[in-house]
Design a protein around this ligand. Sequence first.
Ligand SMILES: [Zn+2]
Length: 271
Amino acid sequence: MISAENTPAKSHGNGVWNGICQNAGDLHARNIIPATSFKRTVGSGSSVSFWNDTWIGDSSLASSFPRLFSLENFKECKVSDRIIGNIRAWSWRRPLRGGGGIEESQWNRLVAVLNGFMCNGNGDSWGWDLEGNNEFVVNHVRKVIERATLLGNNTKTTWNKAVPKKINIMIWRLLNDRLPVRAKLLEKGIIFNNFDCVFCDNHLETAPHLFGSCPLVRATWIKVQNWLGIDGRCDVSPESIFQWIDNSSFNKRRKTLINGCLFVCFAPSCC
Ligand SMILES: [Zn+2]
């Protein structure tokens, strides 16, 4: 779990970084972002905990080699205390036992893990490793969070900078079937009658009906497509329209403009 102890955060205060750490802790607790994605990158090793930080491999040495850690005299020792040039400087409570037991097994594995590792003269730093390149990229974080938290329908997040944020959010809710249409309210026990389409009053009000197959909406959509010059080229459901535009040969600017117009057309129905 990320915390003030294992990240460069102060233990108190309301700063931005502390806010980030608190949210990161929540993401770890919910197993959305693995705690091991935060790593120490060792330079001199003078500020990196040899046993407690994750700096080599995917977990701390204390968790990987608990028996050896229990025998360590100085559990808060730094990497630079144990690795001096190509020398390994150990401090055990007692000599390690051989004989093929757990101590010898863990010792052999620890030696293998550290094989060839040497500190250098650079400063120690923090690393972020979600995609295997030890680099923090906001887009990687967004994808990981989306994969873990959004509905599993593989709906691509569509965001249009040409229209206000609230319209983008409504379109996202529409494409992910998160709008409080009457069928949803019925399903959740919020309403018990009057759940037919607000437009035609002849069909259960679901999102696919309200934004696509309803006769009144369909007729309107055909006119909108005609106005945008894409009439007859795609179906009238929001998903198929956006997908068709995405796959079309229109340049980026035209796609943005057409999507923006459609967003604004859809949005009043979402409100
Ligand atoms: Zn209808």
